[in-house]
Write a protein that binds this ligand. Sequence first.
Ligand code: ADP
Ligand SMILES: N[C@@H](CCOP(=O)(O)O)C(=O)O
Length: 295
Amino acid sequence: MKVSAPATIANFGPGFDVFGLCLDEPRDVIKVKESDEVMVEVEGFNVPEDPEKNVASISALALLKMLKAEMGFRMKIIKGIRPKSGLGSSGASALGGALALAKLLGVENRELIIKAALEGEKAASGSAHGDNIVPSLFGGFTILKSLSPLEVFKLDVSFKLVIVLPKVEVSTKRARAVLPRYVPLSDAVRNLALASALISALKEGDIEKAGKLLDDYLAIPYRKPLIPWFDNVRRAALESGAYGVSLSGSGPAMFALGEDLGDIGKAMVEAFENEGIGAEYFITKVGGGAKCSDV
Ligand SMILES: Nc1ncnc2c1ncn2[C@@H]1O[C@H](COP(=O)(O)OP(=O)(O)O)[C@@H](O)[C@H]1O
Ligand SMILES: N[C@@H](CCOP(=O)(O)O)C(=O)O
C-alpha cells in the first residue's frame, strides 16, 4: 500500500488549531507491507528510523492497537516535507502512517484513522492538534469543529499561493510551550471576527478579501521571540503587493496570497536574507488531500 500525504498550512491566519489548508506540494510518501517484524526505512529528509520514534510508525502502531490487530509491517517513508518547517511535516507523516495501515487492513473509518494519526502528532509536538492531519486527509480548506466525534467542515477552495521556507527550524512543541493559558477577551473577539469574515471571503472565492483577514491575536504575538524576523518579512510581502501574509502553522514557513506570487516570494526571500537567514520560495496550489494506491 502506498500513501502520498501532502503538506498543510495549519491555523491559516486567525484559525488557531481549527483552520487548515491542504497544499498540492510537497508530500511525504509512505509505503507499507505486512511483515513479521516492525521496520522503518527513511529516504529524503532526516527523521528517526526507530519505529517507536517515527510519527508515521507510531500512528500505524496506534491504529493496530485500537483494532487489537496483531501484525507487523515494513514501512518506507520518502520524506519530502522538511521537519520543523511549519508545513505540517509531522502531521503528514502521522496521517500517512495511519492511513497506509488502515488501507492495508481495509479499514475506512476516518475518525479512527485520525485518532491513530493524532497519537503520532502528539509524540512529535506534545499536543494532539488536528489542524494538519485533517486537511492532509480531506484536502481543500478545513474547519475542524471537533475531533471526537469527528466533525469537519470543508470548503473546496481553489487558488495559488507562495510559501517561503527559511533555513531555520521552529519546533512545534516549543512554539506551543510559549502560548499563554488564557488570552484577553478583546483578542478572542478580534480573532472570532477575522475567522468568520475569512470563511465568508473564501466561500465567495474573493482571495483579495481573504488575504486581508489573515491577522492573528491568539498565537503569533506570543511566538514573536521565536520568529523575530516575522514583522519585517511580512512588511516586505505587503510592500510587494501581497493581499495578505501569515505564518504557516507554528513557523518558520510563511505564506502569502496575491497576484504576482513570484515577485512576492522574491521580496520575502530578500527580507529573510536581510535578517541573515537564507530562504527559498515556491508557488503551489490548494491540494486535494492524501492519495492511496496499491503499489
Ligand atoms: N516522520 C516524521 N516526520 C516529521 N517529523 C518527525 C517524523 N518522525 C519523527 N519526527 C520528529 O518530529 C519533530 C518535528 O515535528 P514538528 O516540530 O511538529 O514539525 P512540523 O512543524 O514541520 O510538523 C522532529 O523532532 C522530528 O524528528
Ligand atoms: N495549530 C498548530 C499547528 C502547528 O503546525 P506545524 O506545521 O507548525 O506543525 C500550532 O500552531 O501549534
